[in-house]
Write a protein that binds this ligand. Structure first.
Ligand code: ATP
Ligand code: MG
Length: 390
């Protein structure tokens, strides 16, 4: 049983949110024998008990779920409810408990409070060393009585929250091999965005291993989404021209302006709305407020920076939680790290940038890099169909 979270506050388009969540769950559970149904406050997935662990793992990675729990569906018949409750509780260990009954079918002959009391008595009689605690019970037994079926469930699991993937448009994520950008991607997905990712590489200065690392990171992110297209941009020519033509202090600033220009074109091509990246205020010279202003000047698109105000340690915590940290710290050089100048400007000047940029024909190089990009479809590995592997 799935309870929606923040969704329930989206009054106007709640149906759209629920339907999108439904499709996302359906997509993630492809290959399992399930029956999914929904109403305005809940979604129900019926499944084979043998798949329980795998299904819980999947559900745990889907945005838009506030709480989920394993509910037992039994006939609405007093004996059947009682017997099932005893069966279910035999598998649990607890010292204190509380019973809560909701009766949506008022034809059921016993009132909710009375029924809770009866069940409480039944438990005390049949299970040793337990007592009732109505304030902080270790185990909360819920009984929801409907016309034909009754749902019995225990404590729930907290879901990921956020909005269902695909309910809030599309962003292009600048995905490097570092720690910050996968976390930024995860947080953007949490807000319901669909993502495409862009990786700038400078072969032969960067290696194929560095690219594979980015692919591995994208695979971690795709667990929270349906699929991610990864655009690999050949950035060598632009980068070499920058280092040949431009004062070394300005190289990083100009390089990032070029990245943003490419991002803007890709956003338009892919009908996305925003750029997303892992910039964090003050982290490096290119992320001072002045640098951000000068770099951002090349585009009027919104740039979403989910980790802008987080400390590195806070970012690392999330990276560990989403399992990207160990990949991010693998030691392959990124195009940002290979040519790092000794003294990058901390407060770049916009006019100087424009003057430096006028010394080479970057427009045609940008178009060429975009034309020659490699597009890789990242899908969740287990979702590969068996036939695809043959
Ligand atoms: P770290 O986690 O080590 O800080 P980083 O990837 O955040 O690594 P930065 O130099 O801080 O590296 O870059 C800021 C942001 O710019 C990144 O979070 C990422 O969104 C984007 N970026 C940097 N290099 C690349 C690249 N080669 N390809 C795509 N995006 C990049
Ligand atoms: Mg960073």
């Amino acid at each position: 049983m799935i309870k929606y979270g923040e969704l329930s506050t989206k009054k106007g388009n709640i149906k759209f949110f629920i339907n999108t969540l439904y499709r996302n769950i359906e997509n993630k559970l492809k290959g399992y024998d399930v029956k999914i149904s929904r109403d305005i406050s809940r979604m129900y997935i019926e499944f084979n008990e043998k798949d329980l662990d795998k299904i819980l793992k999947k559900i745990n990675n889907i945005f838009g779920i506030h709480e989920y729990l394993v509910a037992y569906k039994v006939d609405t018949n007093i004996d059947s409810i009682k017997n099932n409750i005893l069966e279910i509780l035999k598998k649990e260990s607890f010292k204190t408990f509380k019973v809560e009954t909701k009766r949506s079918d008022k034809r059921f002959p016993i009132q909710s409070l009375d029924f809770s009391r009866q069940i409480g008595g039944l438990i005390l009689k049949n299970i040793e060393n337990v007592k009732v605690d109505v304030h902080t019970p270790e185990l909360l037994l819920n009984i929801e009585i409907r016309e034909h079926y009754t749902y019995i469930y225990l404590n729930g699991y907290q879901g990921l929250g956020g909005y269902p993937n695909g309910t809030l448009g599309k962003g292009m994520l600048m995905l490097s091999g570092g720690i910050d950008s996968p976390v930024a991607g995860y947080l953007a997905l949490k807000r319901g965005m669909v993502l495409e990712a862009v990786y700038f590489e400078a072969i032969p200065h960067t290696s194929i291993e560095a690219r594979n690392k980015v692919i591995e990171l994208a695979k971690k992110l795709v667990k929270y989404s349906n699929k991610i297209k990864l655009h690999v941009i050949p950035f060598t020519e632009i980068q070499e021209s920058i280092y040949k033509n431009i004062d070394s202090a300005y190289c990083i600033t100009i390089m990032r302006r070029m990245m943003y220009r490419i991002m803007e074109k890709l956003v338009k091509r892919t009908k996305s709305q925003v750029i997303v990246n892992g910039e964090s205020i003050g982290q490096v010279a290119s992320q001072t407020l002045t640098s951000m202003q000068v770099i951002n000047d090349v585009t009027s698109l919104p740039v979403i920076r989910p980790v802008a105000c987080l400390d590195k340690l806070e970012i690392i915590d999330i990276a560990k939680k989403i399992d990207t940290y160990d990949i991010s710290i693998l030691p392959f050089e990124d195009c940002c790290t290979i040519f790092v100048p000794k003294h990058p400007v901390i407060n770049p000047n916009l006019e100087d940038c424009i003057k430096y940029e006028s010394t080479f024909d970057y427009e045609s190089m940008i178009d060429k890099a975009i034309e020659e990009r490699l597009v890789i479809e990242i899908i969740e590995e287990e979702n590969h169909k068996f036939e695809d592997l043959l």
